[in-house]
Design a protein around this ligand. Structure first.
Ligand SMILES: Cc1ncc(COP(=O)(O)O)c(C=O)c1O
Length: 389
């Protein structure tokens, strides 16, 4: 029998995160710092809105774009929180930010187009670019400058085939952010090469110290920023599968066609639940988001101090809920370190290479775990590193 799987799907690499976690499966002695998912349950008012939507019998499709009330609230929220201006008609509610990433790349990328991806970055950009026939071009980022992009770094990889840049800040896995003055510096490069910016701002609410600066708030870039975000991280709603994408009208129109054929709409009760999250948040200053963020910040400081004590050099994360220590001083790659740590001490972390080849010397630890769990994991990591000397 012939192989029915097409070449693109055959050549797709499995997610480095999953691959590693399969190794930990079936071991109940493992402490995991692997999963990028809030350990909080969705705030009660949001859950309750979902339950009451079901009780009211809201079990049908919504319009393809999503509930107009929700799109209106997202439009207000983005303007109020991040000064990003998108009309409700230029917003599509998606099945998490994941669908939004796939949608925009499907309608923008043509065979042979290059898309810049800061490396290391979230795992789905590269495969989605490749499934659309494009080429993902890494922009090597390093801990020395906080994993930021600079104009020089961009110029060194841009060619006449470059069409877009993924702008994933606050960043998973590095915890890096791009502050206003750094974004300002790269705007001339974006304009000079006529690039589309695909901003994944799913961690926008989770920055520590410095407020998030949205690249969509710069008037010079009007008409060339696609903004992706969602409720999974800041509202602890991963299982509800709800996100959104905001784009210039012609891109929204094209995405809507793909979305209506492939997803139809996001689940209606998730849309009502998300709407409640925004309405309550607007009323009470996003207090539940703020409480979770405070707890992440406490854990972030704990983890940063711990890695400094252990002697693994580490950029102090400024956003998201990951810390990304460099393990080069141990003489191992991140992959070797993570495999041995799992085998010898029962602690699961993700090798940095899962997020791109420039993550090779790093490991990603999620601090979306209780302080108790983090304390146990860190003690084992310390024991492991001391044992190497
Ligand atoms: C940077 C980034 N974008 C998108 C996603 C996917 O989010 P969602 O659950 O909304 O699909 C993740 C999940 O880990 C992420 O880290």
């Amino acid at each position: 029998m012939r192989n029915f799987v097409n070449k693109k799907a055959q050549s797709l690499a499995p997610s480095g995160i999953r691959k590693f976690f399969d190794l930990a499966q079936g071991r109940d002695d493992v402490i995991s710092l692997g999963v990028g998912e809030p350990d909080f349950i969705t705030p009660w008012e949001i859950r309750n809105a979902g339950i009451s939507a079901i009780k009211k019998g809201y079990t049908q499709y919504t319009s393809n774009k999503g509930l107009v009330e929700l799109r209106r609230e997202i439009s207000k929220y983005l303007l109020q929180r991040f000064n990003a201006k998108y009309d409700k008609d230029d917003i599509i509610i998606t099945l998490g930010a994941s669908e939004a990433i796939d949608l925009v790349l499907r309608v923008v990328v043509e065979e042979g187009d290059q898309v810049l991806v800061p490396d290391p970055s979230y795992v789905s950009y590269k495969p989605c670019i490749e499934l659309s026939g494009g080429e993902a071009v890494s922009v090597p980022c390093s801990g020395e400058n906080g994993f930021k992009l600079t104009p020089e770094m961009l110029e060194s990889v841009i060619t006449e085939k470059t069409k877009a840049i993924i702008f994933p800040y606050p960043n998973n896995p590095t915890g890096g952010i791009m502050e206003r003055e750094y974004i300002q510096k790269i705007i001339p490069v974006i304009l000079k090469h006529d690039l589309l910016v695909i901003a994944d701002e799913i961690y926008a609410e989770l920055t520590y110290g410095e407020e998030h600066c949205s690249i969509a708030s710069f008037s010079e870039l009007a008409g060339r920023v696609v903004l992706i975000s969602g409720f999974s991280k800041s509202f602890a709603m991963t299982g509800w599968r709800i996100g959104y994408v905001c784009a210039p009208s012609e891109i929204t129109g094209a995405m809507l066609k793909v979305h209506q054929y492939t997803a139809i709409c996001a689940p209606i009760f998730s849309q009502y639940a998300a709407l409640e999250g925004l309405l309550c948040g607007a009323e009470n200053g996003y207090s539940s988001v703020g409480e979770m963020k405070e707890e992440y910040d406490r854990r972030r400081r704990f983890m940063f101090n711990a890695f400094s004590r252990i002697g693994l050099s580490c950029f102090e994360p400024k956003g998201s809920f990951y810390i990304f220590p460099c393990v080069k001083s141990t003489g191992m790659t991140g992959e070797e370190f993570a495999s041995r740590l799992l085998k010898e001490k029962g602690v699961a972390v993700v090798p940095g290479v899962a997020f791109g080849e420039f993550g090779r010397d790093y490991i990603r630890c999620s601090y979306a775990y209780s302080l108790d769990n983090l304390t146990k994991a860190v003690a084992k990591i310390e024991e492991f590193v001391k044992g190497l000397k």
